[in-house]
Ligand binder design. Structure first.
Ligand code: AVI
Length: 339
């Protein structure tokens, strides 16, 4: 498959080793607008979790995936290794693989290895983080029979570009792993899967990773680890606003907090103000006042039952082809086929 000119507007070559890059004017404008909307409001202040993933945040997330308390990524990888041969057997004919939010693509290796036995594979990691794409291309670009084309874009735009360029007769397998779907609110997750289905053709496939409900104590350890890596990941949002938006948050006056919301079945991450304080965000023209214990809600991590994960696809135009569940750390991988 020939990459289109559009994919090449901001390539992330495997060999590039550049320091943290400055945000583009559009990214900066988006960040300013989201900071204004989320922090300038009355009531619960919020920031969207996508701002976690600058170079520092993406690196911290990689460390989170190695923590003994955060079993999610290892469960995902274990399952992918186990299911890859069956997945390849179920998807007959030429297949191109697109991965949404690829991260470093480490665990995708098993799927690509199983598929490339049949024929050379085009792999399109789609991510907004150039650093993640760079690592991904480094990790997987050396696999024989796999051609990697990084796509630096938001999920939907990137997938539309890949889907529009596929050669006739090529089936697209979309990977949405790591339970990133859990970072959408439930209604948004359904809407997202519905849009994704619209981008695909009948016979295309989606492999969806979802973290399953488990005891609150296990989940809270996973999102508030004793080493403080998740705390640093969360606090980096304030540090990033200081770096990019000219804010003056004093990080020592804030604490990371993870809460289990049993009713909604989600872990919520918050940044809690340790004292009454003020902060300004110069580029967003915000002068903020925080009460002691007031929080900024930064992320929701929804947890599912295996049946719920299957139903989400069923309600959005997919049929369930198979589902695999990890016994050690309850996590489900569900294979959907587009009707
Ligand atoms: C990327 N995402 C699936 C992670 C999660 O578990 O929801 C993000 C994360 N937040 C804190 N730790 C990990």
């Amino acid at each position: 498959m020939q990459p289109s000119a559009a994919w090449k507007t901001r390539p992330a070559p495997a060999s590039a080793r550049v320091p943290a890059r400055a945000p583009t004017p559009e990214e900066l404008a988006g960040f300013i607008a989201d900071a204004r909307a989320g922090l300038g409001r009355a009531g619960q202040k919020e920031l969207p979790p996508k701002y976690f993933y600058d170079e520092v945040g993406s690196s911290l997330f990689e460390v989170i995936t190695l923590l003994p308390e955060y079993g999610l990524t290892r469960a995902d990888a274990r399952l992918l290794r186990r299911l890859a041969p069956e997945l390849a057997a179920r998807l007959a004919g030429p297949v191109a693989v697109a991965e949404l939010g690829s991260g470093t693509g480490k665990k995708t290796r098993w799927v690509l290895e199983a598929l490339r036995w049949r024929q050379p594979i085009d792999y399109f990691p789609i991510d907004i983080s150039p650093a993640a794409l760079r690592h991904c291309a480094e990790q997987l670009g050396k696999l024989p029979g796999v051609s990697v084309t990084p796509v630096e874009a938001a999920y939907r735009a990137g997938l539309e570009m890949v889907a529009a360029q596929r050669p006739a007769g090529t089936r697209l397998l979309v990977l949405f792993l790591g339970s990133t779907i859990g970072n959408f609110h439930r209604g948004e997750a359904r809407a997202f899967l519905g849009q994704l289905r619209q981008t695909l053709a009948p016979g295309d496939a989606l492999l969806l990773g979802t973290d399953l409900v488990k005891p609150a104590v296990t989940l809270l350890r996973a999102y508030d680890d004793p080493l403080g890596v998740t705390a640093a990941f969360n606090l980096n949002l304030l540090a990033r606003m200081n770096r990019e938006l000219g804010a003056d948050f004093e990080l020592s006056r804030w604490a990371h907090e993870a809460r289990w919301n049993a009713e909604e079945r989600r872990v919520e991450m918050h940044l809690r103000s340790l004292e009454e304080q003020t902060a300004t965000v110069r580029l967003a023209e915000l002068a903020l006042r925080f009460r002691r214990d007031e929080t900024i809600w930064t992320e929701s991590c929804y947890k599912f039952t295996a049946a719920e994960a299957a139903a989400m696809g069923g309600e959005t135009g997919f049929g369930v082809a198979a589902q695999w569940v990890d016994a050690e750390w309850p996590f489900a991988e569900t294979l959907f086929l587009a009707h």
